[in-house]
Design a protein around this ligand. Sequence first.
Ligand SMILES: *[C@@H]1O[C@H](CO)[C@@H](O)[C@H](O)[C@H]1NC(C)=O
Ligand SMILES: *[C@@H]1O[C@H](CO)[C@@H](O)[C@H](O)[C@H]1NC(C)=O
Ligand SMILES: *[C@@H]1O[C@H](CO)[C@@H](O)[C@H](O)[C@H]1NC(C)=O
Length: 354
Amino acid sequence: MERYLVVLIVVIAMVMIPCSSSASLVTFIFGDSLTEVGNNNYLQLSLAKSNYPHYGVDFNGGKATGRFTNGRTIGDIISDKLGISSPPPYLSLSPTDDAILKGVNYASGGAGILNETGLYFIERLSFDDQIKNFEATKQSMKTKIGDEAANKLCNEAVYFIGIGSNDYVNNFLQPFLEDGQQYTHDEFLGLLISTLGEQLTRLHQVGARKMVFHGLGPLGCIPSQRAKSSRGQCLGQVNLWVQQFNSKVKKLIATLNAHLPSSQLIFADTYQAVLDLIENPSAYGFKVSNTSCCNVDTKLGGLCLPNSKLCSNRSDYVFWDAFHPSDAANVVLAEHFFSTIISKSPSPAPQPSH
Ligand SMILES: *[C@@H]1O[C@H](CO)[C@@H](O)[C@H](O)[C@H]1NC(C)=O
Ligand SMILES: *[C@@H]1O[C@H](CO)[C@@H](O)[C@H](O)[C@H]1NC(C)=O
Ligand SMILES: *[C@@H]1O[C@H](CO)[C@@H](O)[C@H](O)[C@H]1NC(C)=O
């Protein structure tokens, strides 16, 4: 196992770190509650918060940090594998901190590709807000180390982006919100993809080159969606839509790679892996995948509450609350994410034969 990890790290390092660089890898993380590490703690009015028990019960120190799980996020685990520390939340940093040169996490629970997604959380940082914050970071970097070094740093960094779940769960799939009433799925998907295209192009303009976009999982199988079914089963229609989203993003990324100079975008498709984990939990050492450890599956709510009664063994559950995987599941998903990145990376040019 240990050896396997080392091999993976070496491979990912070859793929992502420029050969000459001896400095450690810098990563910038964009996304939603699956990757947030505490930005929303700083948004006073936000209802998308997880800085109270029992969140973080299995995190280092056992305290809630603003991560939406009992332990580590997928990003934390990937950082561990890369041998770097998980980047701190953007809102915890001041523009003069040296830390901005070592990676930043912009992710915000409730955020989506569209500005209006997550409206009922009052405050959250949409993907547009997150890109704006990254632009501010770039300015601060220039002030600190000069334009050329800041450009180089941004060109060489790796950008992990995981967004879109809330555009479904906390927007399109909520019957009382405008987008679900106003658009057919085809129209909504068109809007998501064109907006995402502009956003990734904007990131490229700020200097992002190596971007890894994490596709959506089978959202129809998360406990909060199962709660809408008659017998607790997955919602097939939702899963179909999610797969259409993934397939369009894949095409978008191919187009962007062809048009944006020096871009190396990768689409990490983990849909099947997550579905397999949910359908065959015992194959991965889990016992339950159709309900949450916090036992909070309802159509509307779904975050773990201080008075929630926890399951007896958190490692037995794929889902921590009605939306988010447990630490144990994140370990499995991070493994898969990692190997997907490697299989999707541009392969080296074939050797000329003599
Ligand atoms: C979303 O908000 C950003 C600023 O946060 C703005 O630049 C952008 O134009 C907005 N998009 C739409 C479609 O309103
Ligand atoms: C989850 O699956 C188990 C076993 O298949 C079943 O007994 C249980 O009722 C299901 N729970 C929910 C909430 O659907
Ligand atoms: C909890 O579950 C995991 C995985 O099934 C198992 O390895 C562990 O021994 C269990 N812990 C306890 C205290 O039962």
